[in-house]
Design a protein around this ligand. Structure first.
Ligand code: PEP
Length: 250
């Protein structure tokens, strides 16, 4: 049995004071969650979130990591730096980074390797554009993105990774893949992992759905056998909404 994992992706939102307020509200609210709970926050909020989440079941996540150990990369943060701040999870290859910041499957892979080498868990985002779904290329796209991102990891490292299937047309749009569409495409991703790494790996790896997941649709999505959790954008910014998503089975 895979343990579900619900992660909030705050994107470029919340000052440290706002971050602390949100996490302080979440700590008692999600303490009995059956799933792993993560908040992926701006680096400027790491210290505030770490302090507010101290002793709780809420884990700290980042939204990106650079692939180099150190050096002349103005504005970037290395895996060792994140790790030293208490970061345990890193969102890598989010579609907004692919779309606005030139992220490629190759750089996603380099970031995943750096993240894993530093002892953190990558949350690797894959997903098709609207026209790719409409032209029937969803499966090829998500298989390729997934296998490229995992390239070079050991079987155990793949097992411990988290994949987030996020159809790009469903992110921040209010559109959600149907429960069946999400389940089917996540099944395609799992099959691709099985072909390359074997069934014990594909049975272990956790694959989330992301794309306008919210208190109203979380139950249906989480009832699907392939879906092991969610990566939550908009609905992670308000304590009551994120709490309802995290407590989807209560
Ligand atoms: C995301 O940013 O990964 C995301 C899924 O956003 P939203 O929930 O707002 O669609």
């Amino acid at each position: 049995m895979r343990k579900a994992i619900i992660a909030g992706n705050w994107k470029m939102n919340k000052t440290p004071a706002e971050a602390a307020e949100l996490v302080k509200a979440l700590v008692p609210a999600v303490k009995d969650a059956d799933c792993d709970v993560v908040v992926c926050v701006p680096a400027t909020d790491f210290a505030a979130v770490k302090e507010a989440a101290e002793g709780s079941n809420i884990k700290l996540g980042a939204q990106n990591v650079h692939f180099a150990k150190s050096g002349a990369f103005t504005g970037e943060l290395s895996a060792d730096m994140l790790k030293a701040c208490g970061v345990e999870y890193v969102v890598i290859g989010h579609s907004e980074r692919r779309q606005y910041f030139g992220e490629t499957d190759k750089t996603v892979n380099a970031r995943v390797r750096a993240c894993v080498a530093a002892g953190m868990t990558p949350i690797i985002c894959v997903g098709e554009l609207k026209d790719e779904r409409e032209t029937g290329y969803t499966d090829i796209i998500v298989e390729y993105q997934t296998l490229m991102a995992l390239h070079g990891l050991s079987n155990d490292e793949v097992k411990a990774s988290v994949i987030a299937y996020e159809p790009v047309w469903a992110i921040g749009t209010g559109l959600t893949a149907t429960d069946e569409q999400a389940n089917e495409t996540i099944g395609v991703i799992r099959k691709a992992i099985e072909r390359k790494y074997g069934k014990d790996v594909s049975d272990a790896v956790r694959i989330q759905y992301g794309g306008s997941m919210n208190p109203g649709n979380v139950k249906g999505l989480m009832a699907q056998p392939e879906i092991d959790g969610g990566l939550i954008g908009g609905a992670s910014l308000k304590a009551p909404d994120f709490t309802s998503v995290v407590l989807y089975n209560k």
